[in-house]
Design a protein around this ligand. Structure first.
Ligand code: SF4
Ligand code: SF4
Length: 481
């Protein structure tokens, strides 16, 4: 059957349409029955072609949410084994440069719906607290000026999260996530400069936080990870949102490569079985914890649940810009210091010809065009291509085995939950719809701001919407004019 890719599991086969990425899961017994296959592939939703157009031309209207990343500090108080920093110099950007960069990006995107200012950088952002607070104040002014959401966020290593610090960040509306290790006491990658693991100290700080409703954990998957399910359960005691992402490393033991890939696939099989069992028991909390943040597997699960297709891997250079401490601008935070992915500087602005050149150079190649996961994956990461010395247009074969496995598991999960617990899949789908709305400024807030802008600032209207639902409903119900 030429219209589909088959992905063989132990007792099932996943059929994925070459035309549009639609999929169906059948038993091996049925797979061997040609009539059933013909019946499936005759179905319109399996044969209708989606034109797959990789984004190769620069356009500023592709993404509604724009990410503005500023490296406010390259200094860190930890010395983690998988850290990608080149050095630990105390480089930082000035407030004037940060302000200029925010203005520059916002002006470039008059149709941008929401702006996220990420001040995580390559060091520990809380080591440059004054600048963090200054930028946050400026974003408030800017938000009230342009009547759009501008959210400031950081990822911190958690060591400086004293109760006072948490209170300060929360009172200023700064969203923060914490990078953590697994629960394992022996394989800690996060250590201070004396080599001492800091995991306990971080968890001690987290336990003291009273309002943890929006707290996320960023957990790095390495070749040494042994049990994601155990780690997920452990972290969920402290964090409602958990994002597991693979480490970017060339190290044979730590990275995802031919030595570690089979073990990692097995770890994800365990996660799949765990989540399936949870769904069959009507439990959604771990699904939500993963779907809520920026988890690598949940990204594919989200697309499978909502039946979303992607035509490029990410928004780097199109809806995401990063200012380094030396004033250079790159396509994304992970691209900082990579010459090939530099697209301007704070003096001269963003060079769009340069972005166009990068998009053409890193266009997805033949391997992606004939890959069953293309509609869910979108292609190889440009940073990974440079770090691993891969020719542009080619892929990181081991990472592709990993990605394809996750796409396969995500599709199987959706099929099995949909077949056996349709109400649970429906709930998950409702949750994903809700999450998708977070990527845009709430249109009701814009309506109220347009009517009552002379009475309330945009920031105040956002607060009313969040804290005083009745009052907000009353404002919204007022006639225009
Ligand atoms: S898994 Fe690899 S080959 Fe497939 S679409 Fe993604 S990057 Fe391309
Ligand atoms: S280029 Fe790679 S690191 Fe940068 S945003 Fe895209 S996927 Fe992420």
């Amino acid at each position: 059957m030429r219209d589909a890719y088959y992905v063989h599991g132990e007792s099932t086969v996943l059929l994925i349409s070459k035309q549009n990425g639609n999929s169906t899961l059948i038993s091996k017994k049925d797979f061997n029955n040609g009539n059933i296959l013909n019946k499936i592939t005759d179905m319109n939703d399996f044969k209708n072609k989606i034109e797959f157009h990789p984004v190769t031309a620069y356009s500023k209207d592709i993404y509604g949410t724009i990410f503005i990343s500023i490296h406010i500090s390259s200094k860190c108080n930890l010395n983690c084994s998988y850290c990608f920093r080149d050095d630990n110099k105390d480089n930082s950007i000035s407030f004037a440069e940060s302000k200029k960069f925010i203005d520059l990006v916002i002006e470039k995107f008059p149709n941008g719906n929401k702006f996220i200012v990420d001040l995580s950088g390559s060091g520990e952002p809380l080591l440059n607290l004054d600048l963090l607070l200054q930028i946050n104040e400026y974003c408030k002014i800017k938000r009230d000026e342009i009547l759009k959401e501008i959210t400031v966020m950081i990822a911190t290593n958690g060591t400086l999260l004293s109760s006072e610090m948490v209170e300060l960040l929360q009172s200023k509306g700064i969203i923060f996530g914490v990078s953590v290790d697994s629960s394992s006491k022996t394989t800690s990658h996060r250590v201070d400069f004396s080599g001492k693991p800091v995991h306990r100290k971080i968890i001690k700080n987290i336990k003291k936080i009273k309002e943890r409703g929006f707290l996320g954990a960023a957990y790095t998957l390495t070749g040494k990870t042994t049990d994601i399910v155990k780690d997920l359960k452990y972290l969920y005691k402290f964090f409602p949102t958990i994002s597991i992402k693979p480490v970017r490393s060339d190290d044979r033991e730590i990275g995802i490569n031919s030595y570690t890939i089979n073990k990692i696939k097995k770890i994800y099989n365990d996660l799949y079985n765990f989540l399936l069992k949870e769904a069959y028991n009507d439990k959604l909390s771990y699904f939500i914890a993963l779907l809520d943040g920026d988890d690598y597997f949940a990204k594919f699960l989200y697309r499978a649940i909502l039946n979303i297709r992607v035509n490029r891997r990410c928004d780097a250079g199109l809806g995401r810009y990063s200012l380094a401490t030396d004033g250079k601008i790159y396509v994304c935070p992970a691209a900082v210091n990579i010459k090939e992915l530099e697209i301007g500087d704070i003096e001269n602005g963003i060079n769009h010809d340069r972005i166009q050149g990068i998009l053409s150079t890193f266009e997805a190649g033949d391997e992606c065009a004939s890959c069953f996961a293309q509609y869910y994956c979108g292609g190889e990461c440009m940073v990974n291509i440079i770090i691993k010395h891969i020719n542009p247009g080619n892929v990181d074969k081991d990472m592709c085995i990993y990605r394809r496995h996750l796409v396969y598991l995500a599709l199987c999960l959706v099929h099995n939950v949909g077949k056996n617990k349709p109400n649970i899949l429906h709930k998950l789908s409702e949750y994903c719809e809700l999450k998708s709305k977070r990527n845009v400024t709430n249109p009701d807030i814009i309506k109220v701001a347009n009517r009552f802008g002379d009475k309330y600032s945009f920031t105040e209207i956002m607060r009313i919407e969040f804290e005083e639902k009745d009052k907000f409903a009353l404002l919204l119900s007022q006639p225009e004019g």
